[in-house]
Design a protein around this ligand. Sequence first.
Ligand code: APR
Ligand code: PHB
Length: 388
Amino acid sequence: MRTTVGIIGAGPAGLLLARLLHNAGIDSVVLESRDRAYVERRQRAGILEQGTVDVLRGAGAGERMDREGLRHDGIELRFARRHRVDFPALTGGRSVMVYAQTEVCKDLIALQLKEGGPLLFETEALAVEGADTQRPRVRFRREGVEDVLECDYVVGCDGYWGVARSAVPDGRTFERTYPFGWLGILADVAPSHDELVYARHDRGFALLSMRSPSVSRLYLQVPADTDADSWSDERIWDELERRFETDDDWSLRRGPITQKSVTPMRSYVHEPMRHGRLFLAGDAAHIVPPTGAKGLNLAVGDVVTFARALTHRTATGSEDLLDAYSATCLRRVWQAERFSYDMTTLLHTAPGATPFEDRLQLARLDRITSSRAAETDLAEAYTGFPIG
Ligand code: APR
Ligand code: PHB
Protein backbone atom coordinates (compact mmCIF):
# COMPACT_ATOMS: atom_id res chain seq x y z
CA MET A 1 0.00 0.00 0.00
CA ARG A 2 1.14 3.53 -0.67
CA THR A 3 -0.15 6.99 0.28
CA THR A 4 1.06 10.55 0.84
CA VAL A 5 0.19 10.67 4.57
CA GLY A 6 -0.08 7.56 6.72
CA ILE A 7 -2.26 8.35 9.76
CA ILE A 8 -2.13 6.06 12.78
CA GLY A 9 -5.28 6.29 14.90
CA ALA A 10 -8.92 7.19 14.21
CA GLY A 11 -9.65 9.30 17.26
CA PRO A 12 -10.51 12.99 16.85
CA ALA A 13 -6.93 13.83 15.76
CA GLY A 14 -6.58 11.17 13.06
CA LEU A 15 -10.09 11.54 11.71
CA LEU A 16 -9.98 15.32 11.51
CA LEU A 17 -6.53 15.24 9.89
CA ALA A 18 -7.80 12.85 7.20
CA ARG A 19 -10.68 15.25 6.53
CA LEU A 20 -8.46 18.33 6.34
CA LEU A 21 -6.02 16.59 3.97
CA HIS A 22 -8.89 15.33 1.80
CA ASN A 23 -10.22 18.88 1.49
CA ALA A 24 -6.70 20.01 0.51
CA GLY A 25 -6.49 17.30 -2.18
CA ILE A 26 -3.85 15.32 -0.29
CA ASP A 27 -4.41 11.57 -0.03
CA SER A 28 -4.07 9.65 3.24
CA VAL A 29 -4.77 6.26 4.77
CA VAL A 30 -6.01 5.89 8.37
CA LEU A 31 -5.06 2.78 10.36
CA GLU A 32 -7.17 2.14 13.48
CA SER A 33 -6.60 -0.84 15.75
CA ARG A 34 -10.11 -0.98 17.22
CA ASP A 35 -13.42 -1.48 15.47
CA ARG A 36 -15.79 1.30 14.46
CA ALA A 37 -18.25 0.62 17.29
CA TYR A 38 -15.51 1.00 19.91
CA VAL A 39 -14.30 4.31 18.50
CA GLU A 40 -17.81 5.73 18.22
CA ARG A 41 -18.82 4.57 21.71
CA ARG A 42 -15.75 5.60 23.77
CA GLN A 43 -16.99 8.29 26.20
CA ARG A 44 -14.38 11.02 26.64
CA ALA A 45 -14.47 14.75 26.01
CA GLY A 46 -17.46 17.00 25.59
CA ILE A 47 -16.42 20.64 25.16
CA LEU A 48 -15.42 22.22 21.82
CA GLU A 49 -13.62 25.55 21.89
CA GLN A 50 -14.73 28.28 19.51
CA GLY A 51 -11.69 27.54 17.32
CA THR A 52 -12.55 23.84 17.12
CA VAL A 53 -16.13 24.67 16.16
CA ASP A 54 -14.85 26.95 13.38
CA VAL A 55 -12.43 24.26 12.09
CA LEU A 56 -15.16 21.59 11.99
CA ARG A 57 -17.54 23.93 10.15
CA GLY A 58 -14.79 24.92 7.70
CA ALA A 59 -14.00 21.25 7.07
CA GLY A 60 -17.64 20.53 6.21
CA ALA A 61 -18.05 18.44 9.37
CA GLY A 62 -20.16 20.83 11.46
CA GLU A 63 -23.70 20.32 10.20
CA ARG A 64 -24.98 17.96 12.95
CA MET A 65 -22.88 19.78 15.55
CA ASP A 66 -24.69 23.02 14.67
CA ARG A 67 -28.02 21.21 14.83
CA GLU A 68 -27.52 19.17 18.00
CA GLY A 69 -24.65 20.86 19.84
CA LEU A 70 -25.37 23.14 22.79
CA ARG A 71 -23.73 26.58 22.70
CA HIS A 72 -22.64 27.63 26.20
CA ASP A 73 -21.79 31.21 27.15
CA GLY A 74 -20.40 30.43 30.59
CA ILE A 75 -19.64 28.04 33.42
CA GLU A 76 -20.38 28.19 37.16
CA LEU A 77 -17.63 27.96 39.74
CA ARG A 78 -19.21 26.67 42.96
CA PHE A 79 -17.42 26.80 46.31
CA ALA A 80 -18.47 28.90 49.32
CA ARG A 81 -20.65 30.68 46.80
CA ARG A 82 -21.84 30.35 43.19
CA HIS A 83 -20.06 32.41 40.59
CA ARG A 84 -20.85 32.46 36.87
CA VAL A 85 -18.00 33.15 34.45
CA ASP A 86 -19.45 35.05 31.48
CA PHE A 87 -17.37 34.03 28.44
CA PRO A 88 -18.59 36.50 25.77
CA ALA A 89 -18.36 39.47 28.16
CA LEU A 90 -14.77 38.58 29.09
CA THR A 91 -13.45 37.43 25.71
CA GLY A 92 -15.09 39.73 23.19
CA GLY A 93 -17.84 37.28 22.24
CA ARG A 94 -16.31 33.80 22.42
CA SER A 95 -18.31 30.83 23.74
CA VAL A 96 -17.93 27.01 23.71
CA MET A 97 -20.01 24.18 22.26
CA VAL A 98 -21.12 21.13 24.24
CA TYR A 99 -20.88 18.30 21.68
CA ALA A 100 -19.31 15.00 22.66
CA GLN A 101 -16.17 13.70 20.96
CA THR A 102 -18.12 10.51 20.27
CA GLU A 103 -20.39 12.59 18.01
CA VAL A 104 -17.43 14.40 16.41
CA CYS A 105 -15.90 11.01 15.61
CA LYS A 106 -19.19 9.65 14.21
CA ASP A 107 -19.52 12.68 11.92
CA LEU A 108 -15.91 12.43 10.70
CA ILE A 109 -16.08 8.66 10.20
CA ALA A 110 -19.24 9.02 8.11
CA LEU A 111 -17.57 11.68 5.94
CA GLN A 112 -14.37 9.66 5.56
CA LEU A 113 -16.23 6.51 4.53
CA LYS A 114 -18.38 8.51 2.12
CA GLU A 115 -15.79 10.75 0.48
CA GLY A 116 -12.34 10.16 1.96
CA GLY A 117 -9.47 7.76 1.55
CA PRO A 118 -9.15 4.32 3.18
CA LEU A 119 -10.14 4.16 6.87
CA LEU A 120 -9.03 0.71 8.01
CA PHE A 121 -10.51 -0.44 11.32
CA GLU A 122 -9.14 -3.44 13.23
CA THR A 123 -5.78 -2.65 11.70
CA GLU A 124 -2.96 -2.33 14.22
CA ALA A 125 0.18 -0.32 13.46
CA LEU A 126 3.14 -2.33 14.74
CA ALA A 127 5.95 0.13 14.08
CA VAL A 128 6.96 3.26 12.20
CA GLU A 129 10.14 2.65 10.18
CA GLY A 130 12.38 4.96 8.18
CA ALA A 131 11.05 8.14 9.79
CA ASP A 132 14.37 9.87 9.02
CA THR A 133 14.17 8.93 5.31
CA GLN A 134 12.12 10.31 2.40
CA ARG A 135 10.02 7.14 2.46
CA PRO A 136 8.82 6.37 5.97
CA ARG A 137 6.78 3.18 6.37
CA VAL A 138 4.15 1.90 8.78
CA ARG A 139 4.28 -1.81 9.42
CA PHE A 140 0.81 -3.04 10.39
CA ARG A 141 -1.25 -6.17 10.97
CA ARG A 142 -4.73 -6.62 9.49
CA GLU A 143 -6.75 -9.84 9.64
CA GLY A 144 -3.72 -11.63 10.98
CA VAL A 145 -1.54 -10.63 8.04
CA GLU A 146 1.39 -8.23 8.34
CA ASP A 147 1.78 -5.59 5.65
CA VAL A 148 3.51 -2.25 5.07
CA LEU A 149 2.11 1.18 4.22
CA GLU A 150 4.63 3.26 2.22
CA CYS A 151 4.22 6.99 2.85
CA ASP A 152 5.72 10.40 2.25
CA TYR A 153 4.76 11.40 5.80
CA VAL A 154 3.46 9.56 8.89
CA VAL A 155 1.34 11.29 11.54
CA GLY A 156 1.02 9.46 14.85
CA CYS A 157 -2.51 10.20 16.10
CA ASP A 158 -2.48 6.99 18.12
CA GLY A 159 -2.95 8.40 21.59
CA TYR A 160 -0.95 7.97 24.76
CA TRP A 161 -0.64 4.18 24.39
CA GLY A 162 0.22 4.21 20.69
CA VAL A 163 3.43 3.16 18.89
CA ALA A 164 4.38 6.30 16.96
CA ARG A 165 6.02 8.14 19.86
CA SER A 166 8.55 5.34 20.33
CA ALA A 167 9.88 6.06 16.83
CA VAL A 168 11.03 9.53 17.94
CA PRO A 169 14.56 9.01 19.31
CA ASP A 170 15.97 11.08 22.17
CA GLY A 171 12.60 12.58 23.04
CA ARG A 172 12.23 14.48 26.31
CA THR A 173 9.12 13.89 28.40
CA PHE A 174 7.62 16.15 31.07
CA GLU A 175 5.11 14.51 33.36
CA ARG A 176 3.05 14.93 36.49
CA THR A 177 0.58 12.40 37.90
CA TYR A 178 -2.13 13.27 40.43
CA PRO A 179 -3.21 11.29 43.52
CA PHE A 180 -6.82 11.32 42.33
CA GLY A 181 -8.95 10.56 39.28
CA TRP A 182 -12.51 11.19 38.12
CA LEU A 183 -15.38 8.76 38.51
CA GLY A 184 -17.55 9.71 35.52
CA ILE A 185 -21.18 8.74 34.92
CA LEU A 186 -23.69 9.08 32.13
CA ALA A 187 -27.27 9.34 33.42
CA ASP A 188 -30.64 9.47 31.66
CA VAL A 189 -31.80 12.59 33.46
CA ALA A 190 -32.08 16.23 32.36
CA PRO A 191 -29.07 18.26 33.52
CA SER A 192 -29.76 20.07 36.81
CA HIS A 193 -28.21 23.26 35.48
CA ASP A 194 -28.18 24.84 32.05
CA GLU A 195 -24.39 25.31 32.07
CA LEU A 196 -21.44 23.33 33.45
CA VAL A 197 -20.85 23.53 37.21
CA TYR A 198 -17.31 23.08 38.58
CA ALA A 199 -17.61 22.52 42.35
CA ARG A 200 -14.74 22.79 44.83
CA HIS A 201 -15.81 21.08 48.09
CA ASP A 202 -13.92 19.90 51.20
CA ARG A 203 -15.05 16.35 50.30
CA GLY A 204 -13.62 16.70 46.80
CA PHE A 205 -14.22 18.09 43.33
CA ALA A 206 -17.41 17.48 41.34
CA LEU A 207 -18.39 18.49 37.81
CA LEU A 208 -21.86 18.72 36.30
CA SER A 209 -21.80 18.48 32.53
CA MET A 210 -24.20 17.17 29.91
CA ARG A 211 -24.58 15.42 26.54
CA SER A 212 -28.07 16.63 25.60
CA PRO A 213 -31.19 18.18 27.23
CA SER A 214 -32.02 14.67 28.53
CA VAL A 215 -28.60 13.15 29.27
CA SER A 216 -26.34 14.29 32.11
CA ARG A 217 -22.60 13.72 32.37
CA LEU A 218 -21.21 14.07 35.92
CA TYR A 219 -17.83 13.48 37.54
CA LEU A 220 -16.60 12.96 41.10
CA GLN A 221 -13.02 13.27 42.32
CA VAL A 222 -11.99 9.84 43.69
CA PRO A 223 -8.66 8.29 44.77
CA ALA A 224 -6.52 7.41 41.73
CA ASP A 225 -6.91 3.63 42.13
CA THR A 226 -10.71 3.62 42.52
CA ASP A 227 -12.67 0.77 40.94
CA ALA A 228 -15.81 2.28 39.38
CA ASP A 229 -17.86 -0.79 40.25
CA SER A 230 -17.13 -0.27 43.94
CA TRP A 231 -19.43 2.77 43.87
CA SER A 232 -23.18 2.02 43.90
CA ASP A 233 -25.47 4.35 41.96
CA GLU A 234 -27.02 5.58 45.21
CA ARG A 235 -23.63 6.32 46.75
CA ILE A 236 -22.63 8.28 43.63
CA TRP A 237 -25.75 10.42 43.70
CA ASP A 238 -25.48 10.98 47.46
CA GLU A 239 -21.85 12.15 47.12
CA LEU A 240 -22.62 14.37 44.13
CA GLU A 241 -25.47 15.95 46.07
CA ARG A 242 -23.17 16.75 49.00
CA ARG A 243 -20.48 18.30 46.84
CA PHE A 244 -22.92 20.44 44.84
CA GLU A 245 -24.68 21.70 47.99
CA THR A 246 -25.72 25.35 47.95
CA ASP A 247 -27.47 27.64 50.40
CA ASP A 248 -30.26 28.40 47.92
CA ASP A 249 -33.04 26.19 46.50
CA TRP A 250 -30.90 24.57 43.78
CA SER A 251 -31.20 20.76 43.75
CA LEU A 252 -29.59 17.85 41.87
CA ARG A 253 -31.93 15.68 39.81
CA ARG A 254 -31.22 11.94 39.85
CA GLY A 255 -31.82 9.33 37.18
CA PRO A 256 -30.69 5.91 35.92
CA ILE A 257 -26.91 5.69 35.48
CA THR A 258 -26.13 4.12 32.11
CA GLN A 259 -22.32 4.18 32.23
CA LYS A 260 -19.62 4.67 34.86
CA SER A 261 -15.83 4.68 34.59
CA VAL A 262 -12.75 6.10 36.29
CA THR A 263 -10.43 8.44 34.38
CA PRO A 264 -6.86 8.77 35.71
CA MET A 265 -5.30 12.24 35.90
CA ARG A 266 -2.02 13.00 34.16
CA SER A 267 -0.11 15.95 32.70
CA TYR A 268 2.32 14.83 30.01
CA VAL A 269 4.27 16.40 27.14
CA HIS A 270 6.68 14.73 24.72
CA GLU A 271 9.19 16.97 22.96
CA PRO A 272 9.79 17.22 20.07
CA MET A 273 6.57 16.38 18.25
CA ARG A 274 8.46 15.49 15.07
CA HIS A 275 11.31 13.31 13.85
CA GLY A 276 12.09 13.53 10.15
CA ARG A 277 8.92 12.66 8.29
CA LEU A 278 7.12 11.40 11.42
CA PHE A 279 4.86 13.90 13.20
CA LEU A 280 2.98 13.39 16.49
CA ALA A 281 -0.46 14.90 17.12
CA GLY A 282 -2.99 14.83 19.96
CA ASP A 283 -2.67 12.47 22.90
CA ALA A 284 0.28 10.74 21.20
CA ALA A 285 2.29 13.85 22.14
CA HIS A 286 0.54 15.32 25.18
CA ILE A 287 -2.01 14.60 27.87
CA VAL A 288 -3.84 17.10 30.06
CA PRO A 289 -6.03 16.48 33.13
CA PRO A 290 -9.64 16.84 31.87
CA THR A 291 -10.44 19.73 34.24
CA GLY A 292 -9.78 22.32 31.55
CA ALA A 293 -11.52 20.37 28.75
CA LYS A 294 -8.46 20.83 26.53
CA GLY A 295 -7.61 17.31 25.25
CA LEU A 296 -9.64 17.21 22.07
CA ASN A 297 -9.09 20.90 21.35
CA LEU A 298 -5.31 20.51 21.52
CA ALA A 299 -5.53 17.58 19.09
CA VAL A 300 -7.46 19.83 16.70
CA GLY A 301 -4.77 22.51 16.90
CA ASP A 302 -2.02 20.00 16.12
CA VAL A 303 -3.66 18.54 13.02
CA VAL A 304 -4.71 21.95 11.69
CA THR A 305 -1.07 23.03 12.06
CA PHE A 306 0.20 19.92 10.21
CA ALA A 307 -2.37 20.12 7.40
CA ARG A 308 -1.58 23.83 6.95
CA ALA A 309 2.16 23.08 6.83
CA LEU A 310 1.87 20.22 4.33
CA THR A 311 -0.50 22.20 2.13
CA HIS A 312 2.03 25.05 2.19
CA ARG A 313 4.83 22.68 1.16
CA THR A 314 2.73 21.18 -1.62
CA ALA A 315 1.92 24.65 -2.94
CA THR A 316 5.33 26.29 -2.55
CA GLY A 317 7.92 23.55 -2.00
CA SER A 318 8.89 25.30 1.22
CA GLU A 319 9.45 23.15 4.31
CA ASP A 320 9.45 26.09 6.71
CA LEU A 321 6.03 25.45 8.27
CA LEU A 322 6.77 21.71 8.58
CA ASP A 323 10.07 22.61 10.25
CA ALA A 324 8.18 24.89 12.65
CA TYR A 325 5.47 22.30 13.41
CA SER A 326 6.76 21.08 16.76
CA ALA A 327 7.54 24.53 18.17
CA THR A 328 4.24 25.94 16.90
CA CYS A 329 2.19 23.16 18.51
CA LEU A 330 4.19 23.07 21.74
CA ARG A 331 3.63 26.76 22.45
CA ARG A 332 -0.14 26.15 22.50
CA VAL A 333 0.27 22.79 24.25
CA TRP A 334 2.15 24.32 27.16
CA GLN A 335 -0.44 27.06 27.58
CA ALA A 336 -3.12 24.37 27.79
CA GLU A 337 -0.96 22.36 30.20
CA ARG A 338 -0.61 25.44 32.42
CA PHE A 339 -4.36 26.11 32.36
CA SER A 340 -5.32 22.47 32.95
CA TYR A 341 -2.88 22.22 35.86
CA ASP A 342 -4.20 25.48 37.33
CA MET A 343 -7.84 24.39 37.06
CA THR A 344 -7.00 20.99 38.56
CA THR A 345 -5.07 22.35 41.55
CA LEU A 346 -7.66 25.12 42.01
CA LEU A 347 -10.63 22.80 42.37
CA HIS A 348 -9.47 19.42 43.73
CA THR A 349 -8.84 18.73 47.42
CA ALA A 350 -5.43 17.12 47.27
CA PRO A 351 -4.98 14.35 49.87
CA GLY A 352 -2.48 15.55 52.47
CA ALA A 353 -2.93 19.23 51.61
CA THR A 354 -1.87 21.43 54.53
CA PRO A 355 -4.32 23.97 56.05
CA PHE A 356 -2.15 26.67 54.45
CA GLU A 357 -2.62 25.09 50.99
CA ASP A 358 -6.38 24.82 51.58
CA ARG A 359 -6.57 28.52 52.39
CA LEU A 360 -4.39 29.32 49.36
CA GLN A 361 -6.85 27.45 47.14
CA LEU A 362 -9.78 29.46 48.51
CA ALA A 363 -7.80 32.69 48.06
CA ARG A 364 -7.18 31.75 44.37
CA LEU A 365 -10.91 31.15 43.91
CA ASP A 366 -11.70 34.43 45.66
CA ARG A 367 -9.27 36.26 43.35
CA ILE A 368 -10.70 34.72 40.16
CA THR A 369 -14.28 35.55 41.20
CA SER A 370 -13.55 39.11 42.28
CA SER A 371 -10.97 40.33 39.74
CA ARG A 372 -11.94 40.87 36.11
CA ALA A 373 -8.29 40.42 35.11
CA ALA A 374 -8.02 37.02 36.84
CA GLU A 375 -11.44 35.92 35.56
CA THR A 376 -10.53 36.99 32.02
CA ASP A 377 -7.46 34.71 32.09
CA LEU A 378 -9.73 31.76 32.90
CA ALA A 379 -12.33 32.70 30.28
CA GLU A 380 -9.71 33.23 27.54
CA ALA A 381 -8.05 29.89 28.30
CA TYR A 382 -11.31 27.96 28.61
CA THR A 383 -12.73 29.25 25.31
CA GLY A 384 -9.44 28.46 23.60
CA PHE A 385 -5.97 29.60 22.56
CA PRO A 386 -5.45 30.68 18.93
CA ILE A 387 -4.25 27.88 16.63
CA GLY A 388 -0.82 28.25 14.96
N1 APR B 1 -2.49 1.16 15.64
C1 APR B 1 -3.65 1.73 15.23
N2 APR B 1 -4.44 2.51 16.01
C2 APR B 1 -4.02 2.73 17.28
C3 APR B 1 -2.82 2.18 17.79
C4 APR B 1 -2.04 1.35 16.90
N3 APR B 1 -0.89 0.80 17.30
N4 APR B 1 -2.69 2.58 19.09
C5 APR B 1 -3.76 3.36 19.37
N5 APR B 1 -4.57 3.44 18.29
C6 APR B 1 -5.83 4.19 18.18
C7 APR B 1 -6.75 4.07 19.39
O1 APR B 1 -7.56 2.89 19.30
C8 APR B 1 -7.57 5.35 19.27
O2 APR B 1 -8.75 5.14 18.52
O3 APR B 1 -5.51 5.57 18.12
C9 APR B 1 -6.65 6.32 18.55
C10 APR B 1 -6.20 7.47 19.45
O4 APR B 1 -7.33 8.27 19.73
P1 APR B 1 -7.42 9.17 21.08
O5 APR B 1 -6.84 8.39 22.20
O6 APR B 1 -8.83 9.69 21.18
O7 APR B 1 -6.41 10.35 20.81
P2 APR B 1 -6.60 11.69 19.94
O8 APR B 1 -7.22 11.40 18.63
O9 APR B 1 -5.30 12.35 20.02
O10 APR B 1 -7.70 12.51 20.78
C11 APR B 1 -7.29 13.37 21.76
O11 APR B 1 -9.71 13.54 22.15
O12 APR B 1 -10.78 11.62 22.80
C12 APR B 1 -10.52 12.95 23.14
O13 APR B 1 -10.15 14.11 25.14
C13 APR B 1 -9.76 12.97 24.42
O14 APR B 1 -7.56 13.91 24.85
C14 APR B 1 -8.33 13.07 23.98
C15 APR B 1 -8.42 13.77 22.65
C1 PHB C 1 -17.46 16.46 29.67
O1 PHB C 1 -18.61 16.90 29.40
O2 PHB C 1 -17.13 15.26 29.49
C2 PHB C 1 -16.44 17.40 30.26
C3 PHB C 1 -16.74 18.75 30.35
C4 PHB C 1 -15.81 19.63 30.91
C5 PHB C 1 -14.61 19.13 31.39
C6 PHB C 1 -14.30 17.76 31.29
C7 PHB C 1 -15.22 16.89 30.74
O3 PHB C 1 -13.71 19.98 31.95
